[in-house]
Design a protein around this ligand. Structure first.
Ligand SMILES: [Zn+2]
Length: 133
């Protein structure tokens, strides 16, 4: 047996038991199911949206931007800005000429590719999110 919440053409809701999902369709199309309130045989299954747990992909833009801002300020606080000498500094650290330390700076796409080709890992800093108005 299966229980459905049904709704008639006049928006009355009632519950009824059926042998199976096919039984409802058969009985409804045969006009054998009538609304206890108004007698309407124009009934259909009342569909309910199940509760869907909140996923991370449901994070709104505001929350996402806040996360980006937090990430950026962490980078800014924990790295040294070496500006345009970033590729040189990164390579020197990689080759042991300089002590390893967290740095940030600028590099052209070609320089980034050269660094990566040499096995030096670099990552882009996410851009500043648009300011909230
Ligand atoms: Zn009704």
């Amino acid at each position: 047996m299966i229980r459905y919440t049904l709704q008639c053409a006049n928006s009355h809701r009632f519950e009824a038991w059926f042998k199976g999902s096919d039984a409802f369709d058969e009985q409804a199309s045969a006009g054998q199911i009538s609304c206890p309130d108004c007698g309407s045989v124009d009934v259909e299954k009342s569909l309910m949206a199940p509760g869907v747990p909140k996923k991370t992909s449901d994070v709104g833009p505001r929350e996402f931007f806040n996360q980006v801002r937090a990430f950026r300020s962490k980078i800014m606080a924990e790295t040294e800005d070496v500006g345009n000498s970033f590729p040189t500094e990164a390579r020197k650290m990689h080759e042991g000429e300089l002590e390893h330390r967290p740095i940030r700076g600028n590099a052209s796409p070609t320089e980034v590719k050269e660094l990566k080709d040499d096995g030096i890992s670099v990552a882009p800093i996410p851009p500043e999110p648009p300011s909230e108005n």
